[in-house]
Design a protein around this ligand. Structure first.
Ligand code: IDP
Ligand code: MG
Length: 155
């Protein structure tokens, strides 16, 4: 099982799209193992996006991400990182394919609704930043119907 950090950005919260976006992940079969509404502190935003420090959009990105609350969550599943990135779509709303979250709900280059970790290393780092308290372990009753117990859930 893999875990990924997802942030429903301030535009998703302000536009009332959290429920719709969350439903897509739940319906896909990904398991929510942590979730909280939070206002991101400027230091946390700077740390989270430090790879983009030299980019022209960095200051605006930090300002946007700290301007209003985000819904932070951790999703778990086999291949959760790649699956959620595919469901998010391309970075800019105008380029993102229909059927993806960014493709269906936005047009902006900056206000693109959602963040998702892009590698196992990024996911581990971002989970530590946003959920230092850890995740919630729980038994997913549907698990043996979401995954083939013989092929996919064997130890
Ligand atoms: P990603 O979110 O698809 O992984 P990144 O390239 O890692 O995309 O960029 C991080 C975030 O920075 C994007 O989600 C978007 O909000 C913002 N961003 C990226 N490129 C631009 C740009 O050219 N203009 C404005 N904002 C940008
Ligand atoms: Mg990225």
């Amino acid at each position: 099982m893999e875990r990924t950090l997802i942030l429903l950005k301030p535009d998703a919260v302000q536009r009332g799209l959290c429920g719709k976006i969350l439903s897509r992940f739940e319906e896909k079969g990904l398991k929510i193992v942590a979730m909280k509404l939070m206002k991101i502190a400027p230091e946390l935003a700077a740390h989270h996006y430090e790879q983009h420090k030299e980019r022209g959009f960095y200051a605006g990105l930090v300002k946007f991400m700290t301007s209003s609350p985000v819904l932070a969550l951790v999703l778990e599943g086999i291949g959760a990182i790649k699956i959620s990135r595919t469901m998010m779509g391309a970075t800019f709303g105008a380029d993102a394919a229909p059927g993806t979250i960014r493709g269906d709900f936005g047009v902006s280059r900056s206000y693109n609704l959602i963040h998702g970790s892009d590698s196992p290393e990024a996911a581990a780092r971002e989970l530590g930043l946003f959920f230092p308290e850890g995740i919630v372990g729980w038994e997913h009753a549907a698990q043996t119907w979401i995954y083939d117990p013989v092929e996919e859930l064997k130890k």
